[in-house]
Design a binder for this molecule. Structure first.
Ligand SMILES: [Zn+2]
Length: 313
């Protein structure tokens, strides 16, 4: 068995995972990311002890521990080159954890880990596979022959930073303008929904906010389903934004399967049917079998499972 740790800016989630990628037991604690990394490592180690207990096994049953972490993660040298969420720069996280746990450790970028997790459960052993996670940003992981594509310097596969709008004024977290993430993340959808709301005082979005609190990634979808014009326009435009990036991914990789993850994938075919229609229309490939585009299913568990299985490659 393996341990997978999803080290996020808010939570540290960890699970005991079997070879097939099933979580036997999992738990989480707050990251409190402003603390010194030594304290975070202590909590990661304590969490490992807790979940091994919870899974009714012993630490000797654990073959290795994988850690998914945001940022530029060098899994060859075991160093977090840079992570803005966790204030790490050239941090020797692998050595620190190895010393504390006495186990083989592998570090992996968190988006790659999530992709590995979805691939293990929903990948059908495809030779090429992509997970796109629509969240605060747009995360992407490319799996080729069962392994994450990392680029020569471990900074590759950052699909959220494909530029989809050359004249785009939306500022991205990476410093560029016009990135896919700046238009297709849930953060962007919320901004687009608020703009539509301000422009149309008769929109149902106002009532939704009164009843449900703040605008979320669900707001425009909920109101569009009830026939609201402004919300429908937001959803249609958002689907085009998501689709534009996907067309590039299709044309570069022609992966066997693309899964869409993040809370928004709960919209199911209401999102996926028009998205497929838009993407396939822009697909260079007109004559060969089409890439499958489906919803991811594991949500937050993908990172734990993928981190655990990352120790195998
Ligand atoms: Zn960017």
């Amino acid at each position: 068995m393996y341990i997978g740790i999803d080290l996020g800016g808010t939570n540290i989630a960890a699970g005991v995972v079997d070879e097939a990628g099933h979580i036997i037991y999992k738990s989480s604690v707050l990251t409190l990311a402003q603390r010194p990394i030594e304290e975070i490592v202590e909590d990661m180690a304590d969490l490992c002890v807790d979940i091994v207990d919870g899974a009714n096994c012993s630490i000797v049953d654990i073959e290795a521990v994988g850690v998914g972490c945001p940022g530029t993660v060098d899994n060859k040298s075991g160093i977090i080159a840079y992570s803005c969420n966790l204030k790490m720069k050239n941090t020797e996280l692998r050595a620190m954890l190895e010393k504390r746990l006495g186990k083989r450790i592998n570090l992996e970028n968190d988006a790659n880990a999530a992709a590995l997790g979805e691939y293990a459960i929903n990948g059908d052993d495809a030779d090429s596979f992509v997970l796109i996670t629509l969240g605060t940003g747009v995360g992407g992981g490319v799996i080729i022959d069962g392994k994450p594509y990392r680029g020569f310097n471990c900074a590759g596969g950052e699909l959220g930073h494909i530029i989809i709008n050359a004249e785009g004024e939306e500022q991205c977290s990476c410093g560029n303008k016009g990135c896919w993430e700046a238009y297709a993340s849930v953060t962007a959808l919320i901004r687009q929904t608020k703009q539509a709301m301000q422009a149309d005082s008769s929109s149902m979005i106002h009532k939704w906010v009164q009843e449900n609190g703040e605008v979320s990634g669900r707001t425009a979808f909920d109101c569009a389903k009830k026939g609201d014009k402004a919300a429908t326009a937001v959803v249609e435009q958002y689907i085009r934004y998501v689709g534009m990036g996907l067309i590039s991914i299709l044309n570069i990789f022609q992966p066997s399967k693309i899964l869409i993850g993040g809370g928004i994938s709960k919209e199911g075919n209401y999102l996926l049917n028009p998205l497929r229609e838009y993407v396939y229309a822009g697909d260079y490939n007109k004559y060969r079998e089409k890439t499958k585009i489906e919803a991811a299913t594991l949500f937050n568990d993908a990172g734990i499972i993928g981190a655990a299985l990352s120790v195998c490659n």
